[in-house]
Write a protein that binds this ligand. Sequence first.
Ligand code: IVH
Length: 741
Amino acid sequence: MNDKMQKGLFEWEPKKEKAKGGVERVIERERTPSAETTATASACSEPAVAGTPEAVKDLIATSDASVEQLAAAVRFHNARYNDGKPVISDALYDALIEKLREVDPGNAVLDELTTPAVQTPLHGKKVTHDVAMLSLEKLKKGEEFKSIALWLNGFRGDFIGSPKIDGLACSLVYDENGSLVVASTRGDGHVGENITENVYYIDDIPKKIAMGNVEVRGEVYMPLTAFRAYDGEKISARNLAVGGLKQKDARQTSKYGLSFFAYEALGQSFETDTEKFEKLRLLGFHTIETRRFAWNERRSVDDVLNEVRAYCDEMANARSKWDFDADGLVFKVDDNKMQQSMGTTAHHPKCAIAYKFACDSAKTTLRDVLWQVAKGGTLTPVAVFDAVELAGANVQRATLSNVEQVESFPVCPSDLADSPELPATADVNWSLAHLSIGDTLCVSRRGDVIPHVEYIVSFAPSAQKVGIPTQCTSCGAPLLRDGKFLRCTDPDNCPTTGQALIENYVKVTGMMGLGEKIIASLYDENLITLPSDLYRLTPEQIASAVQNGDDSIDASARLPQKLYQSIQSHRNLSLATFLEALSIPALGKVYSSLLAQSHLSIDEILQLDAQKITDILKGRELTANKIHLALQKKRSLIQALLEFVTIDDEVSVPQNEGGPLAGMSFLFTGTLKSMKRDEAQKRVEALGATVASGVSKNLSVLVSTTNKTSKWTKAEKLNEQGAKIALWTEEEFLEKLKELS
Ligand code: IVH
């Protein structure tokens, strides 16, 4: 199984646009969304959806945005968020929802907004929540304390504040014996997805507790220490937490080092949340740190509000030291009876509210803009500025979206720029200017991870505009302006792109251990110029490149051999992976999968004309044309790869073919008493068997600690229909192991 991270779920086609000539220092933003800024999001059907931050900003800014456009954009961005692959910031998303609510308060889409659906080994198994899992009402930006005052006026009683963890809500059901029996995601609040097996690999979720018949709820998250140490593509800790729970092979979940904070216990009664949290801690759960606020007749709203304000400031300052991402704070009535009597709206409990932190940002000076050549020959501008510390890290560079951004960057109005607290993000109505070296910028780390230039705070006195290159910074070939993008006209011969091509191949196929430095070293040695050359490398060649490379490369004696094996173990690829690994800009994960789903061979795909590709891509003509052209250009690379690679949609892991269990597949369910599940899996693998991800008619053996599991029932049903799944108890399994070992 390929365990690389989910990526590129969303591809979009920039519409053709004219290059802006003679850009003025300050450009007034157009009032209506133009073809230039409205991206077509491929995952949605026509009409075009505002798929990019720019397009969404324009959509919000325009006075005559249609309800349909807004609803489609909200639905689209909610889906991207749920995929763990948000395209726009939370702030922009909230603004988009506000706009739709303003234009059409009763719009059905507002009721559809859900949180992630997670695929699990029990994929398709829905779990109905006995008590709906609601979300929290977010306070309107700029009016937070007004809203908190209103909330305070709605009840009189103590309340608690706690950090709002940026993870995924999760329900854990414990049976009468206190055994964890079902874990599920929130889903749409009423029906979630089963993640029981994944949750077994989250260490701080107790699997057995000293309390029966209770449903514990809380947030699964990725600790920031685990996030920083994670070896793979990382966008945000939340995104990785989604990825961790999405693993169909539940064992993979353990690689993510996820954690859990409990905040609710249903089915048992408590006087207050304070008491509930104490009990949860006694049961072995981690709970989030809370602060209790006294709210009674002896105090005024202003008095309490001041205390809340101070707490918000204190937490915002303490945030950088926490080992979890928190996007704000939750305030909740402490008394459980009062919580009940306050009731709920369709989506939110009235007893609790969510306050959002302002984004951590800083002022700095722009020193340079570098132009990096990326996959496919697109030049990406990178802003270089004086180092600033943000969310616990030193930041000196931030990638800008495209050349158009360099030419038209938002400028903060001077009255706001002079105020002590800078706005977190640019406003869509601000004017735009061409970036100049020496400009003062406001820089943030989006989601506390990705460095991001928000806007220009003030102009440099000299106003030396950032130059736009006319030649490729890597190979010197002329550049072509393609809408918002600058592209190298000779990408196949461009050395950086050649290297980028290999890097992308390595990343998409999941060859472990081959980092950028090693690839650069092999490339500089002329040992590889095309991805297919990777398969020709001998362990000796790899060893010499590793030794010549950077000092920081671990040139241990075993490394070259490990790298060699890593490359050679990727000669069986699925068609979708093979296509995505070709580095065709228009052919990302989504379209590669669509093409692969056509059940055509690679040769047949190469024979397709642009029209047939358009049909497969559900009418995306522009993209289909690009893919068709690029595939023709890549014929020789494809042929070179096919000398080594077999395309196989049933890609399997290497097996111990001579083992006594060769040809058999095993599945384990329930908590084994004698060993951990992953050890049991390793034992059968060592004997030649494979481990299945779910019950199917092809399964050979299901080892279950009880006959009450849903897997057992499913296997019995399949056996009634003619399958031959052996159902073993743990004891039977241990006996067999003894026999065979
Ligand atoms: S209290 C409605 N406390 O935020 C349930 N929730 O939109 C409120 N969350 O999905 C439960 N940190 O999972 C509470 N300290 C905290 C929280 C928290 C994160 C999540 C919760 C829910 C979402 C609300």
